[in-house]
Design a protein around this ligand. Structure first.
Ligand code: C2E
Ligand code: CA
Ligand code: CA
Length: 706
């Protein structure tokens, strides 16, 4: 707008200058033309006066009619034609046309007036006689003589005191001519301030002119002179300044335009940047969650119109955490970027790929309604399963995929996300590299799980979780040396739920801390009845993440009056890998309180001998699967023996669990296990039953059940 106004103002100033210039020029032209015509009129007037003075003269009447006519006219007019300023040629012509006098520049002429001045002379003389008769002023006009253009006037010679009584019709005529010589022009120029005056046959283009008319009124010749153009001259005088001003204005406007344009561009760019940042993931450049949702809404809208199916694939990398923990976050970031690149490279171009954070990705694809997506699903899995090379490392991961579909846009983005999320949860539960498509049944199961969780919560708040005890046997003596507390859910109605199931449920529902402390409290209370016997209690890896865990354990132990040296907490390796620092802090805290820690389920997960040493475990429990493998697998025995030998070499005592036969017990004893556990020695039973079985002396008198 500013540029528009400035340009309009500049235009206005420009046209004003133009107008002023033109007006000034036109005014001066008018003045000059006026001056020129005034000059001509003055000349004519003067000539008429001269003629009157000379022709209306009684003496002239007498002499021209007398015998000395020739001499007298020569003396009077002929001689003075030499230097008289008002005429240079003089004729006196009688009624018959005879030239009484024909003088030019003071000398007699060889040619008569009629030859010298042409046919125009006749007309002029006729006009002179008419004017004499009518008493009007004498005619003076411009004629072409053989010497050039001349102002010629004619008057009948008559008495100064004219009276109609005196006839003049036959009197001679005095003709005076003044040629428009260079001197005449110069004089005119000077007198009337007209510079560059020239005499020409025609008006010259681009110049001003004044007409010199003949007897019949037609042009005989023209005065031409150049225009002075004062406006243009003034304009030329200030033109450089104006040009500089215009240039400055142009530069100024250009500057404003450029800087305005630049500002707008940079604003637009930073807005685009901000938008990009808000909708994209900085590590991979993929869409982020906000960007995904935005696109998904649009795709679903399009799907409703075009009747297409929109599929959402939620991907969670398998074992990404392990990579991150083992090789650091830089490698983890590189891996995430590599996964993003591969998905972009291997999926069809129109596919939308997003990163939702951490190791979670999402892929959205649209297809004509009813078209299966099995190939697409396989493409995602194969893209993830092939090896990645990151910083000279070979990394294998793979991914779990949850899939949901909106048929012709029948679902909103939120619902589509929810369904894919449930399906992904399933897929992860089923192990690595699995894709699961959402089914309606999932919702029912999820509802059921929610109900079960509510029931568990109620149980914990009410009577609480129950505890069973399984004996631990000293391999050397064959006598009970400890018990393992195992959580039990005493459900009044409905089927029994296994600890594997409800422990996981408690972990997901945030109930594990409460559950764990209830088990510990109850186990400690029961174990007080069995003096000198060790107590093992299972701890979820999630409990170790609780910063007040150690304080809670020591306070409960203290309150129970239990010797902490007899207490062993069993942990699985999960937390050690996921959060080594937190785990170390918790384990060190427990140990300084005198509580022992054993590594549970050794041999079934990722737990390594390295972890055993690094975290200073007091004991290791070989997983039941390793013991069962002895009977099934021909290398089973060797693997089991080697595992125990390694622990022994590190001076870590080993417990074997899940012993069901004497053969197994024998093998494990010989392999170096100092503690044995399994149905062979006793199933998990309630405290009273265990007391009755192993401590009849101290047990309260109660009916002992098998
Ligand atoms: P776990 O710590 O490995 O416990 C041993 C499991 O092996 C128990 O199953 C026990 O009943 C079973 N078992 C012992 N001997 C034999 C045998 O000879 N043959 C067979 N087939 N099984 C045997 P349970 O009680 O079902 O517990 C399952 C898992 O639940 C436990 O595995 C433990 O990881 C978890 N758990 C139990 N109670 C608690 C608890 O209070 N807190 C936590 N965090 N986890 C618990
Ligand atoms: Ca255990
Ligand atoms: Ca176990």
């Amino acid at each position: 707008m500013f540029i528009g106004v400035a340009t309009a103002l500049a235009g206005l100033v420009g046209t004003s200058i133009r107008e002023i210039t033109d007006n000034a020029d036109a005014l001066d032209d008018k003045r000059a033309s006026h001056a020129a015509s005034g000059a001509v009129q003055a000349m004519l007037r003067q000539q008429r006066a001269t003629l009157r003075d000379n022709a209306y003269w009684d003496e002239a009447v007498n002499h021209t009619a007398g015998p000395d006519a020739e001499a007298w006219t020569i003396e009077t007019w002929g001689v003075s034609s030499l230097d008289y300023p008002l005429y240079d040629t003089a004729f006196v012509i009688d009624i018959t046309g005879r030239n009484i006098l024909a003088y030019r520049n003071g000398e007699a002429m060889a040619v008569p007036a009629r030859r010298f001045l042409g046919a125009g002379l006749d007309t002029l003389i006729a006009a002179a006689r008419r004017s004499a008769a009518a008493g009007t002023d004498v005619p003076v006009h411009f004629l072409r003589s053989s010497e050039g253009v001349a102002m010629v006037g004619a008057a009948v010679i008559q008495s100064a005191e004219t009276s109609p009584a005196v006839p003049v019709a036959t009197n001679p005529v005095l003709v005076l001519a003044k040629h428009m010589t260079a001197d005449t022009l110069a004089e005119l120029s000077a007198d009337f301030n007209i510079i560059g005056l020239t005499l020409d046959d025609a008006p010259l283009p681009g110049l001003l002119h004044a007409v010199l008319r003949g007897v019949d009124g037609s042009p005989t010749a023209y005065f031409n002179w150049p225009r002075i153009l004062p406006g243009t001259r003034s304009f030329i005088g200030v033109k450089d300044e104006l040009r500089i001003a215009a240039s400055v204005l142009c530069v100024f406007l250009l500057g404003i335009g450029l800087s305005g344009g630049w500002t707008i561009r940079s604003l637009k760019r930073s807005e685009a940047h901000a938008r990009h940042r808000a909708t994209h993931d900085s590590l991979t450049g993929l869409w982020n969650r906000a960007g995904l949702l935005e696109n998904l809404e649009q795709d679903l809208l399009d799907g409703r119109i075009a009747r297409t199916d929109v599929r959402l694939f939620l991907i969670d990398l398998d074992g990404f955490k392990a990579v991150n923990d083992a090789w650091g976050h830089a490698v983890g970031d590189d891996l995430i970027a590599a996964v993003a690149d591969r998905l972009l490279a291997e999926l069809p171009e129109e596919t939308l790929v997003a990163r939702l954070g951490g190791d979670e990705f999402a892929v959205v694809t649209s297809a004509p309604a009813g078209q299966p997506a099995t190939e697409f699903e396989a493409a995602i899995q194969s893209a993830l399963q092939r090896v990645f090379y990151i910083a000279e490392r070979t990394v294998e991961i793979g991914g779990s995929v949850g899939i949901s579909v909106s048929i012709a846009g029948d679902l909103g983005a939120g619902e589509l996300m929810r369904r894919a999320d449930i399906a992904l949860y399933r897929a992860k539960d089923m192990g690595r590299g699995v894709s699961v498509s959402y089914e309606d049944a999932f919702d029912a199961e999820k509802r059921q799980e929610a109900m079960l969780e509510a029931e568990l919560r109620a149980q914990l708040e009410g009577d609480g979780i129950g505890v069973a005890f399984q004996p631990l046997i000293n391999a050397a003596t064959g006598r009970i040396c400890g018990v393992e507390a195992l959580a039990r859910w005493p459900r009044s109605g409905g089927a029994a739920i296994l600890p594997d199931v409800f422990i996981a449920l408690a972990e997901r529902g945030g109930l594990i801390d409460t559950l764990g402390m209830q088990v510990l409290t109850k186990a400690l209370a029961a174990a007080r009845a069995w003096p000198g016997i060790g107590l093992s209690v299972n701890i979820s890896p999630l409990q170790l993440k609780n910063p007040s865990f150690v304080a809670q354990v020591t306070s409960i132990t203290g309150a129970a009056g239990f010797d902490p040296h007899l207490l062993t907490l069993e942990v699985t390796e999960g937390v050690l890998i996921a959060h080594p620092e937190q785990a170390r802090r918790a384990l060190d805290g427990l140990k300084s309180a005198g509580i022992k820690v054993s590594l549970d389920d050794f041999g079934c997960g990722y737990a390594s001998i390295g972890a055993l040493r690094q975290f200073g475990f007091d004991r290791m429990k070989v997983d039941r699967s390793l013991i069962q493998a002895v009977d099934r697998d021909e290398n089973g025995g060797a693997v089991l023996q080697a595992t125990i030998a390694l622990a022994n070499a590190l001076r870590i005592p080993v417990t074997a669990e899940g012993i069901e036969t004497e053969e197994q017990a024998m093998l494990l004893r010989l392999s170096g296990c100092d503690e044995l556990q399994g149905y062979l020695y006793g199933r998990p039973v309630d405290a009273a039953t265990l007391g009755g079985q192993f401590f009849p002396a101290s047990a309260p008198r109660k009916v002992v059940r098998a």
